[in-house]
Write a new protein. Structure first.
Length: 186
């Protein structure tokens, strides 16, 4: 009678892939998605299958498979009107390191901007994003004094190399609501 072969040791379980925690609304701030006037949101040069709604709307922006992508080149011009005056404090931009935005020019209260005239306006602020910002959900602190009374917000994003792939969140301080009753918008 032959002896039974010893049972093979079970293979070690694969280590779970590291995950980046979902972005949280920072303490003392509110997510401005509820204050966006969606009827006026515009995005120039967006891919028709990866639209601005994917990047901004709650629920959509948390799904890694849904994102905003540029269509024909590396730039996007996004126009976001609010239904009331807001104070912008910080922003969150997510995307793959190699396809996410590298530079972002922010414009406060500018209307009717297009690629033909965007360089006629000085930006309210300019950002250079690192991989920490894009991949690890690191907040970008804005120059708060430049974004105190924002009715309209636009940004021009540029990867410098290839198509832009981005998801975004905008945050404001809770004291935004101290002087009036907000109408919840979205």
């Amino acid at each position: 009678m032959a002896a039974a072969a010893p049972a093979a040791a079970p293979a070690p379980a694969a280590a779970p892939a590291p995950t980046v925690p979902a972005p949280q609304v920072p303490r003392g701030q509110v997510d401005l998605v509820d204050f966006i006037d969606w009827s006026g949101v515009e995005c120039l040069n967006q891919d028709s299958s990866h639209t601005v709604v994917n990047a901004l709307k709650q629920g959509y922006r948390d799904d890694e498979g849904l994102y905003l992508a540029s269509d024909s080149d590396e730039q996007l011009l996004i126009y976001i009107p609010f239904m009331q005056v807001v104070k912008l404090h910080s922003a969150l931009f997510k995307g793959p390191e190699e396809e996410g935005p590298k530079t972002i020019k922010l414009f406060s209260n500018k209307e009717h901007m297009g690629f033909s005239n965007v360089n006629d306006y000085p930006p309210s602020d300019s950002l250079n994003l690192s991989s920490d910002h894009l991949v690890e959900n690191k907040l970008v602190q804005l120059k708060y004094v430049k974004f105190q009374n924002v009715r309209r917000y636009a940004f021009l994003s540029d990867t410098q190399e290839c198509a832009v792939h981005v998801q975004a969140c905008l945050f404001s301080c809770n004291d935004l609501f101290s002087s009036f009753q907000p109408n919840y918008i979205c």
